[in-house]
Design a protein around this ligand. Structure first.
Ligand code: NCD
Ligand code: ZN
Length: 481
């Protein structure tokens, strides 16, 4: 394989000796990078002269991961994370683009809050990013202004979680979908139905249950199944594009697959915690493992892997949800903050499973980079290593034995159920648009503030057709009035 453009100019960086991984193939080749973009891929002797040469002998060269689900807590909760610590963690995890969730303080549900977050992110980010805005009852009217202000997509909380963002009624959800559908932007869903889990939780609390596993009892899979099915119906009706975040159960796969078969533009994501953790981890880690949706019974794991393999689930993301140690270790499970860090450990832990033969490394780059780029309209600028694409690269050692240690991670949240886990792969260098952000496991401080918002390069396909009726036209005119 050899692709070369404009030979003769001096390029910024040539990476020699590594194995390039695409969704279809792994092959030995050199990569030349110029002005932040991949300039040539081919035999080492075909590479142009370069200012810098990197020897990647024995290493694998992957498109940097695009983590479409992180909570970097900035502004609002600096004890948990900020945009610098969060994107530094991303850099150490081989992640070159993150999409940051809007449950910060203030909530990102209007143009002013969004503009403030853009300022914070652009000043601190080590990697590229997209910003989500909340789609809720009080932000439907701000959809156009939020899009003008630069969002990668919308986040809708069907169930309450950290930040106490109220979940919209089904009526408000339908309206919200009707308003967003014509814009073509995708709506990412926290698909857990609030009214089911609120009642369960109230009953468990009334009966005195405070131990960690009660959290799972409050959120049986039907909480998610009902939400996915209902969201899919509303998406089908309105033509809204939707993405189901953090799929945790085997049972959710049926409404997801059925909606896909009906032609709904619906995509799915799972996270390492649902593939790798299960019920016994509540005993082992106590409240540290508390996350929404909950880590579930082990029989859910293999169907989630199968769904990744057959394309029912499209994306691996992390729901990186950092909290401080004292916020994770309270004795009463209902007062423990939900979530834990993951942006930094996703790639090494998933590649460890690849090393065990659970899937190929080519599958992995499809889930971690190519699919997210395609789903959010960033492909082929992002998510692929091809001539002309951004040089967003993770260079990994697939033969590195190490053990996750909470004390050693970049995230401020030095507490997670990954602590003590053995891994056999490690990102060694991370490059964003041609610039090292992490090199030889060292953060490149001068890269702080070089991350850019990717909303400007997003190109969504035309809006999906809606199941049009008079309601839709009426509501749209109410919005515009
Ligand atoms: C997330 C958080 O802490 O912001 N927590 C979680 O348990 N997943 C919120 C969320 O994504 O639901
Ligand atoms: Zn969520």
């Amino acid at each position: 394989m050899s692709e070369v453009a404009n030979m003769g100019d001096k390029v910024d960086l040539v990476i020699n000796g590594g194995t390039i991984v695409s969704p279809d193939a792994s092959y030995k080749a050199s990569i030349a990078i110029k002005d932040g973009v991949i300039h040539a891929i081919g035999a080492p002797e075909a590479m142009p002269p370069a200012t810098q040469i990197l020897d990647a002998t024995g290493l694998h060269i992957l498109p940097g991961a695009i983590d479409v689900h992180v909570h970097f807590r900035d502004p609002g909760y600096p004890q948990k994370e900020d945009f610098a610590s969060g994107t530094a963690a991303a850099a150490f995890g081989g992640v070159t683009t993150v999409f940051d969730m809007p449950n910060t303080l203030p909530t990102i549900n209007n143009a002013e809050a969004l503009a403030d977050k853009h300022k914070i992110a652009s000043a601190k980010a080590y990697v590229d990013y997209g910003l989500y805005a909340v789609l809720g009852e009080d932000s439907i009217e701000h959809v156009d202004a939020l899009i003008d202000g630069g969002v990668i997509g919308f986040k809708l909380y069907m169930g309450n979680t950290f930040g106490r963002i109220p979940s919209p009624t089904t009526g408000a959800m339908l309206e919200a979908f009707e308003v967003v559908a014509p814009t073509g932007k995708r709506i990412s869903l926290h698909a857990e139905t609030n009214s089911i889990m609120e009642r369960r939780e109230a009953r468990l609390r009334a009966s005195g249950r405070i131990e960690p596993i009660a959290h799972l009892a409050a959120r049986p899979a039907v909480v998610a199944v009902e939400a996915v099915a209902r969201a899919a119906i509303l998406a089908e009706w309105t033509g809204a594009r939707i993405h189901v975040l953090h799929i945790s159960s085997a049972a959710e796969l049926q409404p997801l697959a059925e909606a896909k078969a009906r032609g709904v533009d619906i995509t799915g994501e799972t996270c390492p915690q649902y593939l790798l953790l299960s019920e016994p981890d509540y005993e082992k880690f106590g409240g540290v493992v508390r996350v929404n949706p909950p880590v579930r019974e082990k029989p859910n794991q293999q169907p989630l892997w199968n769904a990744l393999m057959d394309g029912t689930i499209d994306v691996i993301a992390t729901d990186h949800a950092p909290h401080a140690p004292d916020e994770k270790t309270r004795p009463d499970i209902w007062t423990v903050d939900c979530g834990f860090p993951g942006v930094e450990t996703q790639m090494p832990l998933m590649l460890t499973e690849i090393n065990k033969g659970r899937a190929t490394i080519n599958d992995y780059v499809r889930w971690s980079a190519e699919s997210p780029a395609k789903i959010w309209g960033l492909y082929p600028r992002k998510g692929t290593l091809t001539v002309g694409s951004d040089a967003d690269i993770a260079i990994v050692d697939l033969k590195r034995e190490w053990t996750v240690d909470d004390a050693m991670i970049q995230s401020r949240a030095k507490i997670s159920p990954w602590h003590g886990r053995k891994a056999s792969a490690l990102p060694i260098h991370t490059i964003v648009r041609g610039r090292f952000v992490m090199k030889d496991r060292i953060l490149q401080e001068e890269a702080r503030g070089t991350g850019q918002s990717v909303h400007a390069i997003q190109q969504m396909p035309p809006a999906m057709p809606a199941n049009t009726d008079s309601t839709m036209a009426a509501i749209t005119s109410v919005q515009k009035a």
